[in-house]
Design a protein around this ligand. Structure first.
Ligand code: F6P
Length: 330
């Protein structure tokens, strides 16, 4: 079995992308299949920017953040000419299939490429936001939660020393997964998520109550798309447009902090964690999940290809049940 399999990473980067690339290459090499790495998302397939990925090329990338292939948010469906160029390059490189590692936007594009243009594409869900339907967890999320948790832990000590309120703004797009997990893991006093518009009065009540109980400091974790209830909206239309821009969210933390300080009289500071949440080395959980996705994605393109046996198994190994059999037990 010798296939030609393309792989690209698209959309925002996240920890674990390199683990997927490595897994696809290593699993494919067991079949003597060739993996072609496509640069900068779909753009690489439009511009014919590809390179063969050998086992040597992916050596040592498992713990590395980002993506060795580069990424972009380019959407080829916006141009018929780009789709035609993708098809031409597909033929040129005799691709049998393509692994697209992307978030919701890139996976929608992947689906359309399969349904509308007949390309054999397998999608691998990735995002720190954990917001892709049909998944329990996406890789990148666990790492991001770890970073938020550490930040909240660190902010506790300085908040306590200065008797301050600390507002921590985190990513998550239109969902509150990162805020909820990071906030709970770090022991935040208030967690604000997009799924439940918040009352500023309630937030301030909690802060004042804590003060009255001898804890004149509080940690508030706010997701980037969290919004106040309409009746207690303290944002001008202009501020809302700035914060909830479709292409780039962010800024609610600053305005929330200003309002908290105004209402409670307690000094309030803001930490916007930003891109730190999706940079750097993936956690062990994300490395394992990403590796499993990579192996499975290749096997979905080459469903009948058993891993090539390099040597006969020893008698003791032969007697062990297969991983598949063990994991399918109730
Ligand atoms: O989807 C991941 C994410 O990091 C979101 O949490 C955030 O809103 C967005 O990407 C930021 O995107 P960009 O890289 O385009 O600024």
């Amino acid at each position: 079995m010798s296939l030609h399999v393309g792989i690209l990473t698209a959309g925002g980067d996240c920890p674990g992308l390199n683990a997927v690339i490595r897994a696809v290459v290593r699993r494919a090499s067991a079949d003597d299949s060739l993996v072609l790495g496509i640069k900068n998302g779909w753009r690489g397939l439009v511009e014919d920017d590809l390179e063969p990925l050998t086992r040597a090329a992916v050596r040592g990338i498992l713990p590395r953040g980002g993506t060795i292939l580069g990424t972009s948010r380019a959407n080829p469906l916006e141009s018929a000419e780009h789709v035609a160029r993708i098809k031409a390059n597909w033929e040129k490189h005799r691709l049998d299939g393509l692994v697209v590692v992307g978030g919701d936007g890139s996976l929608r594009t992947a689906l359309a490429m399969w349904r509308e243009h007949g390309l054999r594409v397998v999608g691998v869900p990735k995002t720190i936001d954990n917001d892709i339907g049909g998944t329990d967890f996406t890789f990148g999320f666990d790492t991001a939660v770890g970073i938020v948790t550490e930040a909240v832990d660190r902010l506790h000590s300085t908040a306590e020393s200065h008797h301050r309120v600390m507002v921590v703004e985190v990513m998550g797009r239109h969902t509150g997964w990162i805020a909820a997990y990071g906030g709970i893991a770090g022991g935040a006093d208030v967690v604000l998520v997009p799924e439940h518009p918040f009352r500023l009065s309630k937030v301030c009540e909690i802060i004042r109550h804590r003060e009255s109980q001898g804890s004149p400091f509080s940690i508030i974790v706010v997701a980037e798309d969290a919004r106040p209830v309409p009746l207690e909206n303290f944002l001008t239309d202009e501020a809302s447009q700035q914060i909830y821009r479709h292409e780039q969210l962010g800024g609610i933390g600053d305005l929330l902090a200003r309002e908290i300080e105004r209402a409670t009289g307690i000094q309030t500071r803001v930490t916007k964690l930003g891109y730190v949440q999706r940079g750097g080395s993936p956690s062990a959980f994300d490395r394992v999940l990403a590796t499993r996705f990579g192996v499975k994605a290749y096997e979905m393109i080459a469903p009948t290809a058993p891993p090539r046996q390099r040597r006969s198994p020893s008698p003791s190994r032969r007697s062990l049940p297969s991983t598949r059999a063990r994991s399918s037990r109730p």
